[in-house]
Design a protein around this ligand. Structure first.
Ligand code: AN7
Length: 378
């Protein structure tokens, strides 16, 4: 077995990175595809549902896939600093990869609406944090403006190298399933990730997609080893939080609100690309309420043993509804991307105070006995 050194090295021939360019990597990618064992049966229908657990990337989200390519490229170009606006995960990832590359990192985050774990990451990785009295969309506008004046490389997903890195997740899915799934479900904020997956699926199938042009590269027809060449492509399903659902409203949302702060975005940066994904894949967008999102996050944790963040759980919450309503066909194979780790935001679990018991065998025995009895009589 050879040492895995990250996705730039693994997929370099399919990425716009020079053959000699050293990768700025934390061994991201290569994440597991975990089959759900309990939930799908409860939804009726007979679908096979697998989750691509991107929370197991080095900084705990899918952003690392894009960041390794964007930062590798920024360093190759001689940039000394990177900048991003973020609902949290991009800032955590940018901070880590910038330091890995020996670069300066600036992050703009919306005051009061970023999960604590993500803020902690930006701090420990030594980013210069600008907490703004505004939302993500305000931050994004400011980042675009400052990058016009100052020598800072934007590492938001408007940087086309980000989507190039993120498309590798689709390569991994097809590689593992030996075929694309019938459907692929994702949370949608800026819609960069759903566009990147589609780009990846199209490249593997040898199809041209408008997303490729929207991303600034026309590398749509790459030659893959025969083992992973495929003709078909999945139907792409994108879900948004009801309070932050511009794709459902058909226009930007002025004051987006959701407890899934990662996708608290009203003015998606990949607007045209995402509609191209919807058209080309014959997919759809739908919305879920915060209650549906948090309920699914809890079910994934308590029944499947998988702890993802709220924004990630929306991919499964939306799928459940679409299976139950029959929109997703019986017997389908579906992949849902769980974009980030639940540990980023333990506050959503609610009350974290615990009761103590005396450190005696008797008190432990009592609890164990009661619990075992309750469970067998239930
Ligand atoms: C866990 O970090 O936009 O549709 O600034 O953190 O590609 O935007 C995060 C987005 C889904 C949405 N799930 O992905 C940021 C940021 C999680 C996320 C999304 C995000 P896109």
């Amino acid at each position: 077995m050879t040492h895995y050194t990250g996705l730039v090295d693994r997929y370099r021939e399919f990425l716009p990175i020079g053959l000699e360019t050293p990768a700025v990597s934390l061994c991201e990618g290569n994440t597991p595809l975990i089959e759900l064992k309990h939930l799908p049966a409860q939804w009726g229908g007979k679908c096979r549902v697998l989750v691509k657990f991107e929370g197991l990337n080095p900084t705990g989200s899918f952003k690392d896939r894009g960041m390794t390519v964007a930062v590798t490229r920024a360093r190759e170009e001689g940039s000394e600093a990177v900048i991003c606006a973020s609902t949290g995960n991009t800032s955590a990832s940018a901070a880590a990869y910038a330091k890995r590359a020996g670069m300066i990192c600036f992050v703009l985050i919306p005051e009061g609406n970023v999960a604590m774990g993500k803020v902690a990451q930006a701090i420990v990785h030594g980013a210069t944090i600008l907490q703004i009295k505004g939302n993500f969309d305000d931050g994004m506008r400011l980042v675009r403006e400052i990058a016009e004046e100052m020598p800072v490389a934007i590492v938001n997903s408007i940087n086309p190298y980000r989507l190039q890195g993120q498309k590798t997740a689709a390569f991994e899915v097809v590689d593992e399933l030996e075929a694309p799934p019938d459907y692929h479900c994702l949370p949608v904020g800026n819609a960069g990730n759903i566009s990147a997956y589609w780009l990846g699926y199209c490249e593997m199938a040898g199809h041209v997609t408008q997303v490729g042009e929207a991303c600034g590269f026309s590398r749509d027809q790459r030659l893959f080893p025969p083992a992973i060449v495929t003709q078909s492509r999945p139907v792409m399903l994108g879900y948004q939080a009801s309070g932050a659902a511009p794709f459902l409203r058909g226009e930007p949302v002025e004051n987006p609100e959701t407890k899934a702060t990662a996708i608290r975005i009203g003015n998606p940066q990949s607007w045209d690309a995402a509609w191209a994904v919807q058209r080309e894949s014959r997919g759809w967008f739908d919305e879920c309420t915060d209650e549906e999102i948090l309920a699914m996050q809890s079910q994934l944790a308590s029944q499947e043993g998988i702890f993802c963040e709220p924004a990630s759980a929306i991919s499964v919450a939306g799928l459940m509804r679409d299976i139950q309503s029959g929109k997703v066909k019986e017997g389908s194979t579906i992949v849902c991307t769980l974009t980030g780790h639940g540990l980023k935001d333990p506050s959503v679990v609610g009350d974290l105070t615990l009761q103590s018991v005396p450190a005696t065998l008797e008190s432990i025995r009592n609890v164990v006995e009661n619990k075992l009895n309750a469970d067998t009589t239930a």
